[in-house]
Design a protein around this ligand. Structure first.
Ligand SMILES: Nc1ncnc2c1ncn2[C@@H]1O[C@H](COP(=O)(O)OP(=O)(O)OP(=O)(O)O)[C@@H](O)[C@H]1O
Ligand SMILES: [Mg+2]
Length: 257
């Protein structure tokens, strides 16, 4: 059974079909890229998957459950978690406290939970383990504002992981990250637990072809095509509408799919 599936999913803003007739499938353990030009509807599609928007048509299923009518919170509690295209961190908090807060939130500890904080060693152990997995252990006590931007974006993934997702949707996790840091960021994504299904939006074809095992191409709100990196890299339609160059083909050689 697939982890996440949409059928005929679409949303209209006025007379404009931002997303239309999307059949998207995310398998368990997926490392799937969602690509497409600026304004193609990628973020809007994520907003439909997470319940930020109610679709004008179609449905979203998680496992065998129809979640189309569920709220963001309900979906998150089921393990459908996302990160944002734009950084949403608290600049003055440390990574450790940020993750501890996120775990506390998952545990439903409420507004006063921090009072017996020193007794919550389990929380801190879990937070340290999570930071280590994301290669953030060395900067656990450095205020977020002082971290390299690539580390900040890793922290956003750490906060998403604190919710114990089964499905993780990453909206341009490497946006704004210098090129020498984005490779490491995607290495960490590739090493996430195998049972988490990951869908990521990314514009850098080099990263897409290195780190995805499937690619879905969205153009003008519709899925143009979907396949392995090798299939997408050799698809002339993708080159034509998405890049208007031989860029995709150039990187297809590096694909492992
Ligand atoms: N709430 C909204 N109301 C009206 N139009 C919207 C709304 N949200 C998105 N759109 C429009 O839908 C289209 C798709 O936007 P979206 O942000 O999903 O694109 P994207 O593929 O994520 O682009 P980018 O690569 O630049 O992030 C755009 O034309 C955008 O202006
Ligand atoms: Mg976007």
């Amino acid at each position: 059974m697939s982890a996440l599936q949409t059928r005929g999913l679409g949303i209209r803003f006025g007379a404009f079909d931002a997303v239309a007739d999307v059949d998207l499938t995310l398998e368990p353990g997926a490392r799937q890229a969602l690509i497409g030009p600026n304004g193609a509807g990628k973020t809007t599609l994520i907003n439909l998957l997470t319940g930020v928007y109610r679709p004008s048509s179609g449905m979203v299923r998680m496992g065998d459950q129809d979640i189309t009518a569920l709220s963001c919170d309900q979906r998150a509690r089921m393990g459908l978690v996302r990160t944002f295209q734009i950084n949403t961190l608290f600049p003055s908090l440390t990574p450790l406290l940020s993750v501890v807060l996120a775990i506390g939130e998952r545990e439903g500890l409420g507004a006063t939970w921090w009072r017996p904080l020193r007794r919550c060693t389990g929380l801190f152990d879990e937070a340290h383990a999570l930071l280590a997995r994301l290669r953030l252990d060395a900067v656990a006590h450095v205020p977020v504002a002082e971290l390299a931007y690539g580390k900040q974006r890793l922290l956003e993934i750490a906060l998403a992981l604190a919710a114990r997702p089964r499905i993780l949707l990453l909206d341009e996790p490497a946006a704004g990250v210098p090129e020498d840091e984005s490779g490491e960021l995607f290495e960490v994504i590739a090493e996430l637990p195998a049972d988490i299904s990951v869908l990521f939006i990314e514009h850098d074809m080099n990263l897409v072809f290195r780190f995805s095992r499937r690619i879905s191409v969205l153009v003008s709100g519709r899925i143009l095509t979907e396949g392995t990196p090798a299939e997408i890299g050799s698809d002339p339609r993708v080159r034509e509408v998405y890049l208007g160059s031989s860029h995709v083909a150039t990187h297809a050689g590096a694909a492992h799919g």
